[in-house]
Ligand binder design. Sequence first.
Ligand SMILES: Nc1ncnc2c1ncn2[C@@H]1O[C@H](COP(=O)(O)OP(=O)(O)OP(=O)(O)O)[C@@H](O)[C@H]1O
Ligand SMILES: [Mg+2]
Length: 605
Amino acid sequence: MIMGGPPPFMFLRIDEEKVARKYHDRVLLAKLVGLSLKYRLYFALTAVSIFARIGFSIAMPFITKFLVDSAVGGDIAALAYWSSVFLALTLLNLATNFAGDYSSSYLASRVMYDLRTAMYRHLHRVRLDQVAQEPVGKITSRIMNDVDTIGNVATMGLLNTIADVITIGGAVVMMWSLSPQLSLVAYVLIPLIAAVNFVIVKQARRVYRETRKKIAEVTSRISQDVSGAAVIQAFSFRRSRNVEEFRRVNEENLRVNVQAEAVTSAMNPAMAVIEALGTVALLVYGGNLAMAGLVSVGTLVAFYSYLSSFFRPIRMLVMFLTTIQSTLAATERVFTFLEWEPEREEGEVETPPQRGEVEFRNVVFGYGDSPVLKNVSFKVKPGEFAAVVGPTGAGKTTIVNLLLRFYEPWSGEILVDGVNAQKYKLSALRSAMVMIPQDPLLVSGTVLDNILLANPKARREDVEQAVRDLGLEFIVESLPQGLDTPVLEGGKNLSVGQRQLVSFLRVFIAKPTILILDEATSSVDPYTEAKLQEALEKLIKGRTTIVIAHRLQTIVRADHIIVVDDGRVVEEGTHEELLRRGGVYAKLYGIQMEALAAKPLAPPA
Ligand SMILES: Nc1ncnc2c1ncn2[C@@H]1O[C@H](COP(=O)(O)OP(=O)(O)OP(=O)(O)O)[C@@H](O)[C@H]1O
Ligand SMILES: [Mg+2]
């Protein structure tokens, strides 16, 4: 069984960090590091530049000390020497900073590129039932927002954090070695810094969590409404309501972003006050020590620099701690997405089924918790023209979805040529079947591209020949640029008949063993209808065909009619047999005939 567990349709999770994590923080951090380790050269370059920066920030104040002391002592030679060292190191520092910035941005962009490519590719391989469980917007948000969040942290973020810790440690040690007495001034500040930051981190975490949640809502809302734009615009009251709702979501996004800014900017003044206090204390106390000759002026200046190189990394570290939980949550969303189970391509049977026999044996299946197909059994012989009929929602399309292995049955077996469908290699199984869906799915490209999907080896001439053989030239001519007409998203610029054309041509050039047709409910004009019916007759010849029919007059001459009602096969037989039986089929047929007969007589309303 593939389904189960809690209903999967829960919308945006209320609190992303409180949701039980599948992975430990440690594992997620390792995954983050792993992302950038793929680019060892750039990673190494970034690391080297960061450690060089630490070196500089620890060495520079020391050099300042010598510089100042030689100036105060009037030692011109030493002054010249230390000045040039200072200048050289500053230039070197600038150069490594440039290399570091470049390599780290490259690394971050690369990591994001890789992740997005991997996710997009995965989206095309993943089992359909997994995709169907998550709103499109949430998937988009994973690929866009979450990857953005991860990018910088995976690369610079982690390295910088290590660097910050080392810099703070280094500053503490250097201060101590310069003057233990002065160090005490700095150490006294530590509890104060800790207290202030504790409060800020707590606040900031909350607002950052909010910002992530809100941006996901905004993205989700947009992608939902883009796909439903036509429906929404047709109903103007809905349009204004949508605009209003979006404004509200967007405004909340604005509010939390401003709040996040406020909290983080509050940190700077708070730290600045502490830093100022420390500086004043240092200068008063250190000034006294210097006047008493206990420390040199250079030491005092160097100490002053260390104090500020002590504060900057603390600020960065606090920022990192504020956002790391959100980042880890994003990391988890990205990696769990990549773990969504792909369609199982493996299978011991690699040759596609040749005969085209299809059998369902006690198949039970549902999309959610309750079954849609409740013990379905039937058999379609090779070359047979079978029809599946039944009321809407009976489970007809579901049967076909299972046959194509878009989903797997909870129990029971589906046999193709006597072999369990699951034993086939997926590509082998699907190469033997072509489905004309109820609502033909088209992808971006031209009409011709869409036809060739079914058989990449076919050429343009084959398609043109097929058009003539099927007698459908008139539909091709109705396309603005014929076979080269571009297809817009999902085929929304094509008419129903034009989309049918694509489907039919796909079958013709793919020459499948089994043809499955889920008849469209929306119909075309009588002329096109008749022409398509004629074309269909040609397509049916010599292959197993399973037609899901809504207009029963199209299947009167089927070899075998399977009547499905409420997830069960309730009747089977030919048209005549079923009419004689006087069951569900006879009733459905009777209603349709009456409706057809009544149509011309219907009085104007
Ligand atoms: N992707 C899905 N997720 C959840 N439920 C679904 C999904 N597809 C179909 N269902 C449900 O399964 C049941 C059977 O749907 P199915 O599409 O098989 O009906 P059908 O017989 O093809 O109907 P129609 O004649 O209207 O095309 C319906 O109750 C439907 O709501
Ligand atoms: Mg259907």
